[in-house]
Write a protein that binds this ligand. Structure first.
Ligand code: F6R
Length: 265
């Protein structure tokens, strides 16, 4: 896995935007559609703003892009402002010019969430591989909403959030933990691994332990992020704070300084 260790969150955002824009431009040049995997949460927000800047100032076009979300809360009514579909439209896809019909996510409002999870897995398979999947990581190492203990081979399904994740996410619900749904539909770790390129961004010291465990710890369901070690093309973009527990930080910086131009992201 390529670990890109940079001083500031803003520099991280530019690298994530470069990776996404590279895929978009490559797909357009090849005349094909692009399947883009999107995470919600705080981590990718600066990168999303950078993509919007490139659209407005540099004419980066997202025409023909189909976007797929990682996860969704179960039980929030469709259109609830904190449903991940509403969040991603507000933060990114509306302003990118994507038709809402091209923004897909699990149907967390379904009366049958188990079936909705199966349907979403089927929809992802039919859409073809996700070309580039943007990821964040939880402080406990979760990827998507695959909490510690999740099968490394899992598919899209209903999961129960840990209390810590609900507490972490209460900030989006007026700091009311009780308002955070207990259940989610999330792409499984095996589902996420099908994407062609995984780009994970993490910033801030609160993520340092999870990042170190994912990159340098053992491959284990106890740290879902460690499943990245199985994927052939991972770009892990972290600021100095999130990378502060990495034992091989000096080496990652050395590799980055000596990266060949043709290596790309
Ligand atoms: C969001 C998601 C989660 C977040 C993670 C980090 O779609 O799947 O795994 O990426 O909880 O959240 P933030 O970025 O808010 O710290």
């Amino acid at each position: 896995m390529e670990v890109v260790l940079l001083p500031t969150p803003e520099e991280c955002a530019r690298v994530v935007a470069d990776a996404v824009a590279g895929s978009v431009l490559g797909a357009l040049a090849g005349g094909g559609p692009l399947v883009l995997g999107l995470a919600t949460g705080s981590s990718p927000l600066l990168a999303y703003r950078e993509l919007l800047r490139r659209r407005h100032q540099e004419g980066l076009s997202f025409t023909g892009v189909q976007a797929f979300l990682l996860d969704e809360y179960v039980g929030l009514p469709a259109g609830h402002p904190e449903s991940y579909r509403a969040v991603i439209r507000r933060e990114l896809t509306d302003e990118l010019g994507l038709d809402p019909a091209a923004v897909h996510g699990p149907d967390g409002a379904s009366g049958d969430p188990l079936q909705a999870a199966l349907d979403y897995e089927a929809q992802l398979l039919a859409a073809g591989p996700v070309a580039v999947q943007v990821l964040g990581i939880g402080a406990n190492g979760h990827l998507g909403f695959n909490e510690p203990g999740s099968s490394l081979a899992s598919r899209t399904r209903v999961k129960t959030l840990t209390e810590q994740t609900r507490i972490d996410n209460a900030r989006f619900f007026g700091d009311d933990v009780d308002a955070v749904p207990r259940h989610v539909i999330t792409q499984g770790l095996g589902t996420i691994l099908r994407a062609e390129h995984l780009v994970l961004v993490a910033t801030g010291v609160g993520k340092a332990e999870a990042v170190a465990a994912a990159v340098e710890g053992p491959l284990t369901a106890s740290c879902p992020g460690s499943v990245l070690q199985l994927h052939p093309h991972v770009t892990l973009v972290v600021d100095d704070a999130a990378g502060s527990r990495l034992a091989r930080a000096t080496h990652y910086r050395y590799v980055l300084r000596h990266k060949l131009a043709e290596q790309g992201w």
